[in-house]
Design a protein around this ligand. Structure first.
Ligand SMILES: [Zn+2]
Ligand SMILES: [Zn+2]
Length: 70
């Protein structure tokens, strides 16, 4: 953790920084009219396809975990 957070919520187009990823997404949508990607199962929003895929992968693993412990 730690250093990974440094530029995580920074806008790549105007380099403005945000505390929360959700704020960055709102900014990108309103200011840059960027298209927002959405997780089909929980509705969480992402700016980049690779972020969405990473999240979907994590959700899949969590589901498998749950099944294993039942
Ligand atoms: Zn921006
Ligand atoms: Zn999700």
């Amino acid at each position: 953790m730690g250093f990974l957070h440094r530029s995580k919520n920074q806008c790549k187009l105007c380099h403005e920084r945000f505390d929360k990823n959700q704020e960055l997404i709102e900014h990108a949508r309103k200011v840059h009219h960027q298209s927002i990607l959405r997780c089909r199962s929980c509705g969480m929003e992402f700016l980049h396809e690779e972020d969405r895929l990473h999240h979907v992968q994590e959700e899949k693993e969590k589901k498998l975990d749950r099944r294993r412990h039942r």
